[in-house]
Design a protein around this ligand. Structure first.
Ligand code: G6P
Length: 614
């Protein structure tokens, strides 16, 4: 027991963060702006929240544990004065969710405040060094070494803030996106390595932002600069010199060629609007996002198609839901394009290194374009000279800057931690490329557009009908999902949806596999979702029968009712676009299961939207 506690204590002290950060410098009251911005980033972390502002010569810090609205009721963030500041919403995998561990973290002299997203891997070594120099630590976080290192370089080595930040960040092993606010300066510093950071520019109002993601400041500005790894920005917000961007290892030469990009997402797209949850809003948006995803430039489609056809070996890589889209695509590439594609979990990709050549094509599929495991896979591919294509939703994300070519999903911001609309867009795009690789682009489009005609009805019917089903089943401990061929990846993705949001154990199987072991778990009343497509009907129905014979409660999703089903959800046949329609009722069932169990679907426990650690 003692040994176990020792291990846990060790893990706890190395808490992993995936957080949202935002900094502001302008004319408005920073606390009011920052509060709005950090609420837009709450999907990145919701364990605790904090804010720092600077007023004349003082820093003001408030922070606490809980969701932003709850914490704001006690901390009253808007009382903080000043026109410059930073805020943070934190996500920790285990333990350590305390007020002291919440950000911002201050230096010992209280003059430097830092918000951080990432991990300082060598924080113990840096902490020891600083302790020997007389520094004390209040939290168990890795982040607290950063403001203290900055103080060390300012006090002990008489550096200015800029140099002190540079030297401090140079000592960090791991990843960071930081905003630094100093009591002594009227400007802020933002820098990154391995964690996303984007500058927001509102030239008209002369106000500037630095945030983990664009939705943070979308209501204030649409012009952005994506910082690259090892870049540092100083934000002055002076009308003649608003900001300067440097390489972290060279603070003498300003980088002049940073492109300003215009974001075309609307403010409403990043708000819940009339919907009770982002999950529901994003499920409903599939009524048009699938169609939008396939409205691609013809030259781009031709370029991607040629890259696939000319490659000697194609790998599709992704994580979580994006991985399931890759698995689904591999079936269509096999059937339609008669082409073998390898599908590999991004985190396992390095094991395929020996098969990578410069003729190999790696297609990286991701909603965020920031998933660390996926970025590592692409870096591995690039190290071997492979060609790389991104299928991604977030413009300017790290993935788009790493890959040779990017195909944007154009689904609009996906805020809910669970991927819903991005999944069906990925399915549609991959299907399109399978068909274009077979020289049948128009057929592919037709199949998708035909499926799109049914999306409204499938969503509306499921929303109406599946609530009572969820209420009936919400106390179950397990769900099994079965499908064959193209419906197998749908079973995997459906199980993931149920697990992520309702915390009910769920597993997806290829229909025939259940009998090789897992069928032992079927007993009276255990729900089993059978996903039935036209071409697999006979086989999957007999698998469903095997489950029913052992007492299972069979929920059929398919084109026609059957006596084996205890409950039936009708979905029209859509040929190779079946997976697009089949997943919709399962997304909705998962949503209702979460509600029936009293959970907030937008804040699933232990999960983060962008997993920026390995
Ligand atoms: C996280 C999310 C999942 C998502 C996965 C991959 O684990 O919780 O919903 O599928 O990351 O994310 P990506 O942005 O690369 O598609």
């Amino acid at each position: 027991m003692g040994g176990l506690w020792l291990v846990i204590a060790n893990i706890e002290s190395k808490v992993i963060f995936m957080c949202g950060i935002v900094g502001y410098k302008g004319k408005r009251k920073a606390s009011e702006v920052l509060l709005r911005c950090i609420k837009n980033l709450e999907y990145r972390g919701y364990d605790s929240v904090g804010m720092v502002t600077k007023d004349d010569k003082s820093l003001h810090v408030r922070k606490n544990v809980g969701k932003i609205d709850e914490v704001d009721k006690t901390e009253h963030f808007e009382q903080l004065n000043g026109n410059i500041g930073a805020a943070h919403s934190r996500w920790a995998t285990h333990g350590g969710v305390t007020k002291l561990n919440a950000h911002p973290h201050l230096s010992n002299d209280g003059k430097i405040a830092v918000v951080h997203n990432g991990i300082v891997e060598n924080y113990q070594e840096l902490k020891e060094f600083l302790k020997k120099e007389g520094f004390e630590f209040k939290s168990q976080t890795d982040t607290e070494v950063i403001p203290n290192l900055i103080e060390y370089y300012i006090i002990k080595e008489r550096n200015g803030l800029k140099d002190a930040v540079q030297k401090s960040l140079a000592r960090i092993e791991g990843s960071f996106a930081v905003v630094v606010i100093s009591q002594e300066e009227d400007w802020m510093i933002a820098a990154r390595r391995g964690s996303p950071l984007v500058l927001g520019i509102n030239k008209k109002e002369n106000e500037y932002f630095a945030a983990s993601d664009v939705p943070a400041f979308l209501e204030y500005c649409r012009d952005v600069i994506y910082l690259d790894d090892d870049e540092l920005a100083i934000v002055y917000s002076n009308s003649n010199n608003p900001y300067e961007i440097f390489r972290l290892n060279d603070l003498t030469n300003i980088i002049s060629k940073k492109e300003i990009k215009r974001i075309d997402w609307s403010v409403d797209q990043a708000k819940k609007g009339k919907y009770s949850h982002f999950m529901l809003k994003e499920i409903t948006e599939q009524k048009y996002t699938i169609r939008t995803a396939i409205e691609q430039d013809h030259e781009l489609i031709a370029k991607v198609t040629a890259a696939i056809k000319n490659a000697h070996g194609v790998f599709f890589v992704g994580c979580g839901t994006s991985y399931h889209a890759c698995v689904s695509a591999s079936y269509i590439f096999a059937h339609v394009a008669k082409r073998h594609v390898n599908v590999v979990l991004a985190s396992e990709f390095r094991n395929h290194e020996n098969f990578l050549k410069k003729e190999t094509l790696v297609v990286a599929v991701s909603q965020s374009g920031e998933t660390a495991d996926l970025l590592d896979a692409v870096k591995t591919a690039k190290a071997h000279g492979c060609k790389t294509i991104a299928i991604v939703n977030v413009m300017g994300s790290t993935l788009t800057r790493l890959c040779d070519t990017s195909v944007m999903m154009n689904s609009g911001p996906e805020i809910c931690v669970l991927s819903t609309k991005s999944y069906t867009s990925q399915l549609a795009l991959l299907l399109l490329f399978a068909y274009s690789s077979a020289g049948r682009l128009e057929d592919g489009k037709k199949i998708i557009l035909e499926a799109c005609k049914h999306v409204d009805k499938v969503i509306d019917d499921s929303l109406e009908k599946l609530k009572p089903l969820a209420e009936k089943l919400h106390k179950q401990h397990d769900f099994f999902l079965i499908g064959r061929d193209l419906a197998y990846p749908s079973a995997l993705e459906g199980a993931l949806k149920i697990k992520e949001v309702s915390y009910i154990h769920a597993e997806g199987f290829a229909g025939a596999e259940l009998k090789h072991g897992t069928i032992a778990l079927i007993e009276k009343g255990v729900p089993c979702i059978a996903i039935v497509t036209k071409s697999t009907e006979k086989m999957i129905l007999s698998n469903a029968m095997e489950v029913k014979a052992r007492g299972g409660f069979i929920i059929g999703i398919g084109n026609e009712p059957n006596e084996v089903f205890d409950y039936f959800i009708q979905v029209p046949a859509a040929s190779d676009a079946d997976p697009i329609l089949m997943i919709l009722p399962i997304q909705i069932l998962a949503y209702h299961l979460a509600l029936a169990r009293g959970f907030d679907p937008d804040f699933p426990k232990n999960l983060a939207k962008s997993v920026t650690v390995r």
